[in-house]
Write a protein that binds this ligand. Structure first.
Ligand code: SF4
Length: 358
């Protein structure tokens, strides 16, 4: 089979056949597909901030922010615009090029809270970062408003297969999710959509989710692959951790099925060894969340990530979204690589990025 697998007619049988290949063959194929479409040593750094934490009326069984479960995460006030922009500045100073803002909402409601998010997006764009939001369900008018504010990407995960979805979430349907993705796409915003493994689903469910994503035209721009972080108080608190090789298989299958998309290693990375993470990069992951927290769950320290990437000869890249101008991409990529190599101050000269900083 050719590595040029940009197709939209996948079946679960096709996807399972890839997922179950001998591991070395799977890795070879995934790495080949990756090299056909991406720089092999480049990793995008995205930082995620919860701008409105907890108190969510939805019942996602994995989520400590749901008001239906008794967890350590309580409802908090929404952050202010200045606070968010200053956090984005700090993330940029550490080398992140994309800033994602999450709110624990069922859906976006028009009014002051949404107005504030729109202003946050404008603020993040003004400091030269890519802006992404994850706010729950979104109407087409709201999507257009976010696009006008400069939003590059919208995250809305399918989480799992259509068949398994009802075991995880009952307060909204799979079709609701697909409708929001359509509204996002129609507004010209990049689609970030993936899922979670380790929730008790079968392998068939994992690949069925990838089939739904890979049969979208075009494929999602970004595909985050999360492993469950089993949080006390949620219905999934007793789930056993996923074997890291299962994550590697999932990343590799996503890379082969959606060769041009950015595949992001997301929640659950703290449980992976450095070697496990490198296998995921070899399998085609080319983006990570960077920063101490992913909404409410822990993430590796930025310094540990920087060290890992340096040790592996990987480098940070600039924005990947198609709407970013090539000039801005070049400037941001160089700036990000430099800050990543030299730390927050960016001090020092660097042969690899050709920048001399004060
Ligand atoms: S995953 Fe999102 S929608 Fe679901 S409960 Fe958590 S915050 Fe709410």
């Amino acid at each position: 089979m050719s590595n040029d697998t940009t197709r939209h007619d996948w079946t679960v049988k096709d996807a399972l056949a890839i997922h179950e290949l001998p591991l070395m063959t799977l890795l070879f194929r995934a790495q080949s597909a990756h090299r056909d479409h991406h720089e092999p040593d480049a990793v995008q750094l995205a930082t995620l901030l919860s701008v409105k934490t907890g108190g969510c009326p939805e019942d996602c069984a994995y989520c400590p922010q749901s008001s239906k479960y008794d967890t350590a995460v309580g409802a908090e006030r929404m952050l202010g615009i200045d606070e968010v922009v200053s956090r984005a500045r700090a993330a940029k100073a550490k080398g992140a090029t994309r800033f994602c803002m999450g709110a624990a909402w069922r859906e976006v409601k028009d009014g002051p809270a949404f107005d504030r998010v729109v202003d946050m997006v404008k603020g993040v764009k003004e400091i030269g970062m890519e802006a992404c939001c994850t706010l729950g369900m979104l109407s087409s008018e709201q999507a257009k408003r976010l696009k006008s504010a400069g939003l590059d990407m919208y995250n809305h995960n399918l989480d799992t297969s259509k068949e398994f979805y009802g075991s995880i979430i009952q307060t909204r349907t799979y079709d609701d999710r697909l409708r929001t993705l359509e509204n996002v796409r129609s507004a010209g915003i990049g689609v970030c959509c993936g899922g979670i493994i380790g929730m008790g689903e079968a392998k068939r469910d994992r690949v069925a989710m990838l089939v739904t994503l890979a049969n979208m035209t075009p494929h999602p721009d970004s595909v985050p692959i999360n492993t469950l972080v089993a949080v006390e108080g949620t219905p999934l608190e007793a789930q056993k951790p996923v074997d890291p090789l299962e994550l590697v298989r999932m990343v590799a299958t996503a890379r082969i099925m959606m060769p041009k998309s950015t595949v992001r290693l997301s929640a659950g990375r703290t449980r992976l060894s450095r070697e496990g993470q490198l296998l995921c990069f070899m399998a085609g992951a080319n983006s990570i969340f960077y920063g101490e927290k992913l909404l409410t769950t822990p993430n590796p320290e930025a310094d540990e990530d920087a060290q890992l990437l340096r040790d592996a000869g990987l480098r940070a890249t600039g924005p990947t979204h198609v709407d970013a101008s090539s000039e801005a991409q070049e400037i941001n990529a160089t700036d990000a690589a430099h800050r990543f190599a030299h730390g927050e101050s960016g001090a020092g000269s660097c042969a690899s990025c050709d920048l001399d900083a004060e």
